[in-house]
Design a protein around this ligand. Structure first.
Ligand code: ATP
Length: 380
């Protein structure tokens, strides 16, 4: 495992090897002042700043001024000056930072910079996941200061472990790196449409779910995947040419989007879906425990899909059960769950929305592959 200068490596609990941030460590904290209810800066000042000072975690605060500010900043930054990059925002800002790091010539070292998350958005999927991995009791507070304090505490402790990233190819040959999710259908529609309720915080997803349920849609498309049980077989005849990242890592499991999927892949028979969701953390939002048993570095994409024919009450029951991670025990015949290493989704419906880590990307064929342990995450 790569270690930044001044960090130490130690076996902690269950024999898992973590790295530890050095003391004092130099942390850049990027705050999106507009994230969530627009209170990220006040929340940081009110709850985290003193905690970091006591724990000898000197930090430099950078307040983002516009979209892609963080991306440009980390793309050019002298990373030898920083022991960690921490995001106080929703998941969208971390998505920018990861892609900025992967766009660098020295992406291999850059992406090893420990990344931390402090929840400032309304979804806060990674913060909820990190809190969950720490084994602490689920947070309950309506304003979720508990989650913020938990993540602040983990930053003070400074334990670092690896995190999987997923490489995503779009039809335009653009390539993105994702740490959280790829969604199509009901989930991406709710995520985007519920933006207008962001002032209410995490409950926006429930409100969006109810609104979207009223006009439930079926989405036509083709889905194929490489299950985790398959040995990773390099199946690609030639290197994928892509835009958006300087070069590697190579996606050895993915053929070109214009070629058929390899025979070792499973092609889903159904072509009428209500949702397709690929997720690689435990939580999709603070109150959506989507993948019981997931870890940040379990080397798997957790693929869920719901086929057409599900009733509105049954779909609502699934999302309500997800709050406690109980959706897979609902016995819903329309819900399918697979652990996969790669997948391809080809929407046929002429209109729709695809999101990556909650951010809208171009609509069209998309494929993805897991890269186990490519990044590093500050966690408990
Ligand atoms: N100062 C800024 N002004 C406008 N947009 C910004 C600014 N800083 C960051 N952004 C952009 O805002 C978008 C949303 O950020 P992020 O997801 O982190 O917060 P959020 O949308 O409030 O979170 P959530 O999705 O959980 O509600 C990102 O694409 C980011 O690039």
């Amino acid at each position: 495992m790569h270690r930044p200068a001044g960090s130490t490596c130690a076996p902690i609990g269950g024999g898992v090897v973590y790295a530890e941030l050095r003391r004092p460590c130099r942390v850049m904290i990027l705050v999106n002042p507009h994230s969530g209810r627009g209170q990220a800066l006040q929340l940081f000042t009110g709850h985290v700043r003193d905690m970091l000072a006591e724990a000898a975690v000197p930090h430099t605060l950078v307040i983002t001024e516009h979209q892609n500010h963080a991306r440009e900043l980390v793309r050019k930054a002298d990373l030898s000056q920083w022991d960690a990059l921490v995001i106080m925002s929703g998941d969208g800002l971390l998505f920018e930072v990861i892609n900025g790091l992967m766009e660098r010539e020295d992406w291999r070292e850059a992406i090893q910079t420990p990344l931390g998350i402090l929840p400032g958005g309304s979804g806060n999927a990674l913060a909820a996941s990190v809190h969950h991995y720490s084994g602490e009791a689920e947070v309950t507070s309506a304003w979720n200061e508990e989650l913020l304090l938990s993540c602040g505490f983990m930053l003070c402790k400074g334990l670092v472990r690896s995190m999987d990233l997923v490489s995503i190819h779009l039809a335009s040959r653009r390539r993105l790196f994702s740490f959280l999710s790829l969604a199509w259908g009901f989930v991406s529609d709710v995520d985007v449409e519920s933006e207008r309720y962001r002032h209410v915080g995490a409950i926006r997803f429930l409100m969006g779910t109810l609104v979207r349920l009223a006009s439930l849609r079926v989405y036509q498309g083709r889905l194929a995947y490489l299950p985790v049980v398959e040995a990773p077989t390099p199946a690609r005849p030639e290197t994928l040419a892509c835009q958006g990242t300087a070069g590697a890592p190579e996606d050895s499991l993915l053929p070109g989007l214009d070629q058929p999927v390899p025979e070792s892949w499973t092609v889903v028979r159904e072509e009428d879906f209500v949702l397709v969701l690929a997720i690689y953390q435990s939580h999709l939002a603070e109150d959506l425990w989507t993948v019981p048993g997931a870890l940040a570095d379990d080397g798997a994409i957790h693929l869920f899909y719901v086929t057409a024919g599900i009733s509105r009450p049954a779909l609502l029951r699934l999302f309500l059960a997800m709050e406690k991670g109980g959706h897979l025990a609902c016995g819903c015949p329309h819900l399918v769950y697979e652990k996969v290493k790669a997948l391809r989704l080809e929407p046929v419906s002429p209109q729709g929305m695809i999101t990556v880590d909650g951010e809208v990307v171009e609509y069209g064929p998309v494929q993805a592959q897991i890269h186990p342990g490519l990044a590093r995450l500050i966690c408990g």
